[in-house]
Design a protein around this ligand. Structure first.
Ligand SMILES: [Zn+2]
Length: 204
């Protein structure tokens, strides 16, 4: 007697680290997809159709999720985000003014170091200044949504403070601060408030 049937076999497409909603932390995952197989004596022999969509499976709790779960930043990514956003905000504001100003540059480096990148220095600042504007904006928008409003305001505040190191804000510096504020998903009222506080404190 020949025993035949069908069975779903799962294949791993890619692996990586994600934020597992069930474990509540960073975990290894497998991105997988099932495929129907024709079986002979319980052994899959002929691949048939693919079943359903791809899914993400947690290596730890074996929970299965829609691949959209991979858009949620991991804890490790979140920890780096404020410093990364700060770098981008500062670089944009700095290049809208006099980016050769030594005082503004050294203040920029010091602020990023304090924010959690102790190895940041002039060469890295120059690289940040040279990054394409559009690329930076996309990255900022994506990262900003994961941060609390207070964190986003303090990033804009630091950028405003650096723009004010070499004197009152120029029109282009002010426009850039508004654009950075918008990229940080702050309202106009929030942006205006942050800039006027920075102005008061700097005396310009
Ligand atoms: Zn899990």
């Amino acid at each position: 007697m020949i025993i035949f049937g069908w069975r779903v076999v799962f294949f791993t497409l890619t692996r990586g680290i994600f934020h597992c909603p069930d474990c509540g932390g960073d975990r290894d995952y497998r991105r997988r997809q099932g495929r129907n197989f024709f079986t002979l004596f319980f052994i899959p022999v002929i691949p048939l159709t693919k079943t359903g969509g791809e899914f993400v499976e947690c290596d730890t709790c074996h929970g299965r999720w829609n691949p959209g779960v991979l858009d949620v930043p991991t804890t490790a990514q979140l920890a780096q985000m404020p410093a990364m956003l700060l770098r981008m905000a500062i670089a944009q504001v700095l290049r809208s003014g006099d980016y050769t100003n030594a005082a503004a540059r050294s203040r920029a480096v010091a602020v990023v170091r304090q924010a959690g990148e102790p190895a940041y220095e002039e060469a890295a600042l120059n690289a940040d200044l040279g990054r394409p504007f559009e690329e930076v904006r996309v990255e900022m928008g994506r990262a900003a949504s994961a941060l609390a409003p207070e964190a986003r305001e303090s990033i804009l505040r630091a950028a405003a403070e650096i723009a004010l190191v070499d004197g009152p804000l120029s029109v282009s510096e002010e426009e850039t601060l508004s654009a950075v504020g918008a990229d940080l998903q702050l309202t106009r009222v929030q942006v205006t408030g942050v800039i006027s506080l920075a102005r008061q404190e700097s005396g310009h």
